[in-house]
Ligand binder design. Structure first.
Ligand SMILES: NC(=O)c1ccc[n+]([C@@H]2O[C@H](COP(=O)([O-])OP(=O)(O)OC[C@H]3O[C@@H](n4cnc5c(N)ncnc54)[C@H](OP(=O)(O)O)[C@@H]3O)[C@@H](O)[C@H]2O)c1
Length: 311
């Protein structure tokens, strides 16, 4: 049975999209396909030069497109603020926010300058801040979508709020990555609840690409070899996140992934493990994240007050 294809993406003329980590891998392909369908695209990279080069590559593939590379380091709150200000100074709407950037199963424990473990800081705290700073634009846009890219690895994650920075336990790359990807799903859950309480039409969604052969996700050894054999091409792996942000039939908290878990056509699926479906855990994580980052989203009352503010 044939599944959803990239060519089914609707026309996106007049829409604006932000793709984090748009200089390479799934983010770059997402930015390209969104631009091909007519969206104005802001893509990010930690390096201004890499971001500009990626934007130029898309512009040469899709003549006449509006695509801009902007520097963003998800581990640096000041960089996130500058990035959001730049987008807000350029656009008066934001239809699609694709929280795609991420670090994956880092072999050794790494910390940000603020001392936070790198997966949680980059993949969750960073996107929590990006979304918060861009919230006024999202709420100003009817039917805006925020899709946060997670991984089937969320199943290996638990949230130990007492030691999210791995100071008390021996570091474990897969579990640290999994925790950040579980956080991505819980973030989506609470964000949708807040959109709903605010009476906003925005959708919070998530997607995972299965196992995809992006340039950097090819670890060494037996695991790496198996990954290379089993992994899908970027064409296939990118489909769930593009379906999430463009399928007119997508609904609240839609979770998209490959049909057969690690490969297959993009379809709507649902988290299977307990913690990812817990409202209480989602709210606890939200409060913890606000405290850790010092950034507070206002209480969800109505869409005029559900804007961003620094706490
Ligand atoms: N590929 C897979 O098999 C797979 C499986 C499951 C889930 N995923 C998820 O899919 C997403 C994309 O993965 P990918 O395979 O395309 O990865 P990738 O090729 O390694 O690209 C990662 C992107 O994230 C950016 N990034 C890393 N650290 C950053 C930071 N501190 N601040 C801002 N940007 C940062 C990188 O930008 P720089 O150029 O600045 O480093 C790069 O653009 C990730 O969220 C990943 O967890 C991938």
């Amino acid at each position: 049975m044939s599944g959803w294809k990239l060519r089914e993406m609707p026309d996106l003329g007049g829409r604006t999209a932000v793709v984090t980590g748009g200089n390479t891998g799934l983010g770059h392909r997402s930015a390209l396909e969104l631009a091909r369908k007519g969206a104005r695209v802001f893509l990010t990279s930690r390096s201004g030069a890499r971001g500009r080069a990626a934007a130029a590559a898309i512009a040469s593939d899709v003549p006449g497109t509006s695509v801009e590379g902007i520097e963003l380091d998800l581990t640096d709150p000041a960089s996130i603020e500058r990035f959001a200000e730049r987008v807000a100074s350029r656009a008066d709407r934001l239809d699609i926010l694709l929280n795609n950037a991420g670090v994956v199963s880092l072999a050794f424990l790494q910390r940000t300058p603020a001392g936070h473990e790198m997966h949680m800081a980059t993949n969750h705290f960073g996107h929590f801040l990006v979304t918060g700073h861009l919230l006024p634009l999202l709420l100003a846009t009817a039917g805006a979508r925020v899709c946060t890219v997670t991984s089937g690895g969320y199943r290996y994650g638990t949230l130990d709020f007492d030691d999210l920075d791995w100071r008390k336990r021996p570091y474990h790359p897969v579990k640290a990555y999994g925790a950040s990807k579980l956080a991505n799903l819980l973030f989506t859950r609470e964000l949708q609840r807040r959109f709903d309480s605010a009476g906003a039409s925005a959708l919070a969604l998530s997607a995972h690409p299965g196992l995809t052969r992006t340039e950097r996700q090819q670890s060494s050894g037996m695991g790496g070899m198996l990954s290379r054999l089993l992994a899908s091409s970027v064409d296939v792996g990118v489909a769930p996140q593009l379906r999430a942000v463009t399928d007119p039939a997508a609904g609240k908290m839609g979770f998209y992934g490959p049909r057969f878990g690690i490969y297959g056509s993009a379809r709507r699926t649902s988290p299977v493990s307990g913690p990812a479906t817990s409202d209480a855990l989602a709210q606890l994580l939200w409060r913890f994240t606000e405290e850790t980052t010092g950034f507070r989203y206002p209480p969800p009352v109505d869409s005029s007050t559900f804007g961003a503010s620094a706490g």
